[in-house]
Write a protein that binds this ligand. Sequence first.
Ligand code: PBG
Length: 337
Amino acid sequence: MRSTSRVFPATRLRRNRADDFSRRLVREHRLSVDNLIYPVFVLEGEGQREPVPSMPGVERLSIDLLVEQAAELVELGIPAVALFPVVPAEQKNSSGSGAWNSDGLAQRAVRALKKAHPGLGVITDVALDPFTTHGQDGIVDNDGYVLNDVTIEALVNQALSHADAGADIVAPSDMMDGRVAAIRNALESAGYVNTRILAYSAKYASAYYGPFRDAVGSAANLGKGDKGTYQMDPANSDEALQEVSMDLAEGADMVMIKPGMPYLDIVHRVKHELQVPTFVYQVSGEYAMHMAAAENGWLDGDAVMMESLMAMRRAGADAILTYFAVRAARLLKQAHG
Ligand code: PBG
């Protein structure tokens, strides 16, 4: 006998999931090459290429090879690169004064990239850590404390030298209070009205930066020192909103949350509470974890890569700085032509 009392689910969410076409129609978020920024490490010399052991697949390149690689980035449609110089030890000192050398590695790399590929956005890192013998992002007192206001003067010089070289976006990653206002004011005074500031607003004192510090050679200098007196406490969330609001009021054009995956709650809060261009940095340690698991055959590398990037988009990130940018862009191109 047929049962008339059987209750059917009124809504079956699985209906829309039944076919690829309907999954595509109801998909809420997209990942596009337009969302990707590729961080690159640049070396002195010519024809130089060095692998970064803790970041399989990532290489430090001399300017000539970087310019060559940039052709592929342009071809793939990646909008921008974030440039990090690997500064030779003999060019470091306690005040990090190499940071604003108009003929420094970063400045030369910017000029070369903009000359060869004018349409590729170039983002520079404004912080002293690659240039200091102690590996801190600023100028320290006798106790090793990073001095805020003295450091800002150095950062302003550094940002101006990047703008002079043709950087499109300067990205202060130092976490000093008031640096965005000082940099904005200096850029305006010098006539750089359209140089954008991408503020590393909510940058946490994270252990996930380890492989990056190997890549730029600041790990050994920093030693057991940490950055907890200026980078944010991983326990805090409201404070991130305060940091972001301050940087916006000081003239930031885009704000960044860093690291990425463990901090997507922060990305979500910033995007949804402030509705501003919100970037996220999938940092070196996140890349290393994915790569290590994939190389061991414990995870499907391409699949987790794309999932992690989509998760950042879902959380609210407009753009993602990721060492996976090229690999992801290639996959996106294969999928969408
Ligand atoms: C330095 C800087 C760091 C990163 C970007 N800029 C390291 C740090 O603060 O020690 C980390 C990026 C990464 O881990 O991929 N100002």
